[in-house]
Design a protein around this ligand. Structure first.
Ligand SMILES: [Zn+2]
Length: 423
C-alpha cells in the first residue's frame, strides 16, 4: 500500500510524457507525405466527354482504380483515398472537400479531353491559375460546366461565374500557397507521359477548375488523352493503356514524394508496375497486329502482280476458276522471281470460248494478245526444266507446243529469262 502511493506520481509523469511524445510524433507525421486523394472525373448521370466507344466517366474510374491498386501495393507508407469507386455522381466541390477533411498531401483529378477536331490529341496537366490561353479557359469551362446541373450551385460555389474575370481572379488566389508544388507534380506527370504514352505532350498549364478550387493542398487535374481522337480513345479505353497511364502517375507521385520528403527511394519502372497478364495480352495483340499488316502488304503485292499481268494484255483465261488463278499467282510468288515459264500450245485469230474443247484438261491456261493474234499457254513454272517436263505432256495433244517465258507478265525470250534468273 505504502509502495503504491510512493510510485503513483512517477507513473503519472511517465504517462504524461508518453502522451506528449506520441503527439509530437503525430505532429511530425502529419508533415510527411502520406495521404493521396484520387478523383475519377465525372460519374453517374454526368458522363463527361463521350467517345465513339467509351465515356470519360468510365475511363477515368478505370485509371483511378488501377492507380489506387499501384499505390496500395507498392507504396505502403502512403494511404490512398478516392472520391468515388463506383459510377456515381458527386458534386465538384465535395471532391476537394473530401481531401481537405482527410488533410491529404496531394489531390489528383483524372479527366479525358475532347475536341471537335478528331485529329486533336495529347496529354496535359493543369494546376490552378489564370488560364493563359483561350484553349486553357475552354478546357476549364468544359470541365466546370458540371456545376450548372448541380443543386445549390450558387451557395456551394459562392456565386462563381465562369464567364466573369473577377470570379476567375478570386478563384485563382485560393491555391496560391500550393502552386509551386502543384506545378512541380504536374511537370512530373507530363514527363512520365512523354516517356511512356504514345501521345503528344501538350505540357503543363494553368486554368481555374472548380474541382481543384478549394483544395488545401497541392492539387492537379490531368487530361490523359483525347477521347474524341479514335487512336487515343482506343488506347485510353484499353486495359494496357490504362495501366501505362496509371503507372506514369504512380511514378510521378513517387518522384514527388522523394522530393518533398527529401528521400531517395527507388521508383519502380513501368515494366515492373504493369501486371504480367496485361503485358502478355498486349504482346499477343501487337503480334496479331503485325501479322495482319504483313498479310495486308502481301495481299497488296499480289494485287499488283495481277494488275501487271492484265496491263500487259496477257489476260487470264476465264475458263479457270478463281482458285486456279490464285494458285498461279501464288506460284509466281513462290518462285521469288518474276520470271515464269509456260507452254504455248496454240494460236488463234480470235478469242476462244472458255468452254472450248481444245482447252479442256489443261492446267493454268493463259491467253495473251500478240500482233492481233491470241496465243494460248498452259502451266506455270519457276524453272525451264519443270516447263520442259510439262511440255512433253502437252506435246501428246499439241505436237508444236513450246516453252515461252514471261517477266512481270510480259513475254520475253528464253535467253532473257535465263539471264534475269542468273542475276
Ligand atoms: Zn472531365
Amino acid at each position: 500500500m505504502y509502495k503504491e502511493k510512493r510510485f503513483f506520481p512517477l507513473i503519472v509523469v511517465f504517462i504524461c510524457s508518453l502522451i506528449g511524445y506520441i503527439s509530437v510524433v503525430a505532429q511530425e507525421n502529419s508533415n510527411i507525405f502520406d495521404k493521396v486523394v484520387i478523383d475519377a472525373g465525372h460519374g453517374g448521370n454526368k458522363p463527361g466527354a463521350i467517345g465513339s466507344k467509351y465515356k470519360e466517366k468510365d475511363v477515368t474510374l478505370a485509371v483511378a482504380i488501377k492507380l489506387w491498386k499501384l499505390i496500395n501495393e507498392n507504396l505502403k507508407s502512403v494511404k490512398v483515398y478516392y472520391t468515388r469507386v463506383i459510377d456515381q455522381d458527386i458534386d465538384l466541390y465535395k471532391r476537394s472537400s473530401i481531401a481537405n477533411k482527410l488533410n491529404a498531401d496531394l489531390f489528383l483529378s483524372i479527366h479525358c479531353n475532347s475536341a471537335t477536331n478528331k485529329a486533336a490529341g495529347g496529354t496535359e496537366t493543369y494546376a490552378m491559375g489564370l488560364g493563359k490561353t483561350d484553349r486553357n479557359l475552354e478546357v476549364a469551362k468544359k470541365e466546370n460546366a458540371e456545376i450548372l446541373t448541380e443543386n445549390n450551385a450558387i451557395q456551394n460555389y459562392e456565386g462563381f461565374d465562369m464567364n466573369s474575370p473577377e470570379s476567375d481572379i478570386l478563384m485563382s488566389l485560393y491555391q496560391n500557397a500550393y502552386l509551386n508544388n502543384s506545378l512541380d507534380f504536374a511537370a512530373k506527370i507530363q514527363s512520365q507521359y512523354q516517356k511512356n504514352v504514345p501521345f503528344k505532350n501538350r505540357g503543363v498549364h494553368q486554368a481555374n477548375f472548380v474541382v481543384l478550387w478549394k483544395a488545401a493542398m497541392p492539387a492537379v487535374l490531368t487530361e490523359i488523352g483525347f477521347i474524341s481522337n479514335p487512336k487515343e480513345e482506343e488506347y485510353i479505353g484499353s486495359e494496357y493503356g490504362q495501366w501505362v497511364i496509371a503507372s506514369c502517375i504512380f511514378r510521378a507521385i513517387c518522384e514527388y514524394r522523394n522530393k518533398v520528403d527529401n528521400l531517395q527511394e527507388p521508383v519502380m519502372s513501368i515494366e515492373q508496375l504493369i501486371p504480367a497478364d496485361v503485358k502478355e495480352k498486349e504482346r499477343i495483340r501487337k503480334e496479331n497486329e503485325r501479322l495482319q499488316s504483313e498479310l495486308a502488304a502481301k495481299q497488296l503485292s499480289e494485287d499488283s502482280v495481277q494488275k501487271e499481268v492484265t496491263s500487259n494484255t496477257v489476260t487470264q483465261n476465264s475458263m479457270q476458276n478463281n482458285m486456279r488463278a490464285n494458285d498461279s499467282v501464288q506460284n509466281i510468288q513462290k518462285t521469288g522471281s518474276e520470271v515464269v515459264y509456260r507452254i504455248q500450245f496454240m494460236s488463234s485469230p480470235s478469242k476462244i470460248a472458255p468452254n472450248d474443247n481444245r482447252l479442256s484438261g489443261l492446267e493454268d491456261v493463259f491467253s495473251y494478245q500478240d500482233n492481233g493474234t491470241w496465243k494460248y499457254t498452259a502451266g506455270i513454272f519457276a524453272t525451264q526444266k519443270e516447263a520442259l517436263e510439262y511440255q512433253k505432256k502437252i506435246k501428246e495433244k499439241y505436237a508444236d507446243a513450246f516453252v515461252v517465258a514471261f517477266h512481270n507478265g510480259k513475254r520475253i525470250t528464253i535467253v532473257e529469262a535465263q539471264r534475269l534468273q542468273r542475276k
